[in-house]
Design a protein around this ligand. Sequence first.
Ligand code: HEM
Length: 279
Amino acid sequence: MGASAIPTVLTPLSGEQAEAMSQRQIKKHHVAIVLLHWFNATSWLLELATGAGLIVSPYYRFAPVWYLQTMEGIFGSRANMLRFHEAVGLTWITVFLVYAIFGFRNYLRIEVLQHEIGLDADDLRWLKVRTLLLLGQTKEPLPPQGVYNAGQKLFALLVYTMIPLIMLTGLTMTFHWFGAAMVAWAMILHFFAVGTIVSGLMIHVYMGAVFPEEKPAFYSMITGTVDELYAYRHHFKWWRAVKVQEQMWREELRAQEESDALSTEEKPDSNPGTDRAPR
Ligand code: HEM
C-alpha cells in the first residue's frame, strides 16, 4: 500500500479489516515514560495522603478527625509526617529534573509539546461535540484526534503549568526561602496548584482506569502499545501519521535494497578475474 492509499478520513471498516487491525499493535509510550508516569502517580498518592493530614490550623482542617488520628498513628507525629511529605516531594523533584535534562530533546521541546498537546481546530470542535454528546444534544461523530484527545491535552496542559509551581512553592516552604511572607504565599499557591490538578485528576483517573472505551489507553500505560483498531477509531490523525511514516520507511528500505542489489550485480564486472572483495 502506497502512502496515497492510506485513508485521509475515518471510514467504516469491514469485519475482516477490523479484526486484522485489532491484532496489530502500535507503539505509543516509551518504557521510560511508562515508568515515569507510575512513579509520578505513586508520588501523588503519597503526597496527597500526607498533605491532607498536614492542613491543620486552629481555624481550619481539611480532613476529618479520624483521618488525622489514623495518619498520626502511622507516622508517630505530625512532624514525622511533614518530614515524609518533604522527602517524597524532594525525590519527585529530583527524578523530574533528571527527566527534564535527559528527556528535553524528545519530550519537552516546544515543537514536541505543540505537536502532542497543543490544541487545534479539530480539538476545539471535539470539546464542543463531546459536551453536546454528554448532554444528549447531538449524534454528530467526534472529530479525528491526534496522539492525545482534546480532553487529555487540556489535562496535560494543566499538569505542565502547575507542576513547576508546585515544585517551586514546595521548595520555598521546605527551605524557608525568601522570608516568612513568601512562605505564606507559597502555601496558598501550593494548595491552589494542587487543587486544580486534583480536580482534573478525578476525570483523568476515571477515564484512564474505569471508562470501558478507554481500556486500551490504560493498558498502553503498562505495555507501551495500543492496538491499531483503537488507534484508528479514537486517534485517527495519529494512526494516519504512524502509517504514513511506516510506509516511507518501507519505501526507503526497498530503495536501499534495490540499490544494494544493483551494486552487487555490477561488482563482478568492475573486478574482472578476481573473486576477492575490493580493499
Ligand atoms: C491512578 C492514577 C492514574 C491513572 C490510572 C492514570 C492513567 C493514565 C493513562 C491510562 C494514560 C495514557 C493515556 C493515553 O495514552 O491515551 C495517562 C497519561 C497521562 N497521565 Fe495519568 N494516570 C494516573 C495518575 C496521573 C497523575 C497523578 C498525573 C499527574 C499529576 C498524571 C498525568 C498524566 C499525563 C500528563 C498523561 C499524558 C497525557 C494525558 O493523558 O493527559 N496521571 N494516565
